[in-house]
Design a protein around this ligand. Structure first.
Ligand code: EPU
Length: 332
């Protein structure tokens, strides 16, 4: 297993910031991963998917491991559904397309989300009323510290809004994910933007839904190839009843959604917009003009510039509305 030295990470993160990794390995199998872990027990480790949800503010003094495990395998199938195991390095949206083409339902709302299959469970990716946790039956991993294979069933993944045990502990390398998808499909209205897009179709098919999601996303969100970004930069904040009341006193039309017992979610994009930061640009970093939740890199090579803009937004929103915006993106 070849491990390279002093590798530039600019091509490996969708914000395109520059940083050098002291060591860099691309294991092709679970066995390769174990070998690297055994070879470098004392180095700090960073596991990289397609780098669509992180950026670097400094060089990485450790080993970056980018698993290159691919393949889609059917584990079981009946008249109602199919269970498939997918390698962590498969491209997420190509996998969604594969499922839609085959008539397997469950992830069509998650079309066009950038990233790899292995990254999907880490932050429980979600869009248009769907979350990936609802179709994952198993996640296969390797424990970074013990080098052992650890298999998680759905419950032990501890999925939550943009969260999981993998994000909390950062100690497992995901090698493959098992999904249970359904062979029947009826469109359920769950998200206004998507309903509007599908209005003219009496009973939308899986392909109709995928196409509609692609249209809505293309309209609202910048493509990271043209305009480097990492999708939603902050999580939508979860509020207690008291925080919700305080916010509604300042911003009476703030969107409020139920988020569990006595908990409420509001829109980070709305808060950023009301704070005057939609489409705002500070040097080479700014928020996207069509969506306040997306931070865009207009030409800096320094992750520090992005981190500084992030902190500026956090400070302003905190001062105006008393709410702490938590980044959804990982900063290294
Ligand atoms: N809004 C504004 N200003 C804006 C944009 C949006 O006020 O500039 C408000 C509007 O009230 C709008 C509401 O925010 O109705 C919701 O906007 P959107 O549908 O874009 O959803 P979001 O809450 O901003 C979340 C996810 C997205 C996902 C969309 C669609 C998070 C952190 N983000 O964004 O996920 O695509 O819903 O379901 O939960 C991502 O995680 O990278 C991501 C793009």
């Amino acid at each position: 297993m070849q491990v390279e030295k002093n590798i530039q990470l600019k091509a490996y993160n969708s914000f395109r910031t520059e940083a050098v990794a002291k060591l860099f390995g691309k294991p092709e199998s679970a066995k390769d991963i174990t070998e690297i872990l055994k070879q470098y027990p004392d180095e700090e480790k960073l596991i990289l998917g397609s780098g669509c949800n992180l950026f670097f503010t400094k060089d990485y003094d450790g080993i970056v491991i980018k698993p290159n495990i691919t393949g889609i395998k059917t584990l079981s199938e009946d008249d109602f559904g199919i269970e498939i195991e997918v390698g962590a390095a498969e491209d997420w949206d190509s996998f969604v397309e594969h499922c839609v083409t085959n008539g397997w339902a469950g992830i069509e709302n998650l079309s066009l989300i950038p990233g790899s299959v292995g990254a999907a469970p880490i932050q429980n990716i979600g869009a248009y009323g769907a979350e990936v946790k609802d179709v994952i039956t198993q996640v296969n991993t390797i424990d970074i510290d013990t080098e052992e294979v650890v298999v998680f069933d759905n419950k032990s993944c501890m999925f939550d809004y943009r969260n999981s045990i993998f994000k909390q502990t950062r100690k497992y390398i995901i090698t493959s994910v098992v999904f249970r998808l359904s062979k029947s499909f009826t469109y359920r209205e769950r998200y206004i933007d998507l309903n509007n897009e599908l209005q003219s179709i009496a009973s939308p098919t899986l392909s109709d839904v995928r196409n509609a999601v692609i249209k809505v996303r293309t309209r609202k969100l910048p493509n990271h190839i043209d305009l480097p970004n990492a999708g939603s930069f902050f999580k939508n904040p979860i509020l207690t009843s008291q925080q919700k009341e305080t916010l509604l006193n300042i911003l009476p039309n703030a969107p409020i959604y139920n988020a569990g017992e006595q908990l409420y979610k509001t829109s980070a994009a709305f808060l950023i917009e009301k704070a005057g930061y939609k489409g705002k640009r500070n040097g080479n970093v700014g928020t996207y003009e069509k969506h306040a939740l997306i931070i865009v890199n207009y030409g800096t090579s320094k992750g520090k510039d992005i981190a500084a803009f992030m902190q500026e937004i956090q400070k302003v929103v905190q001062a105006k509305y008393g709410i702490t915006l938590e980044p959804e993106v990982w900063v290294f």
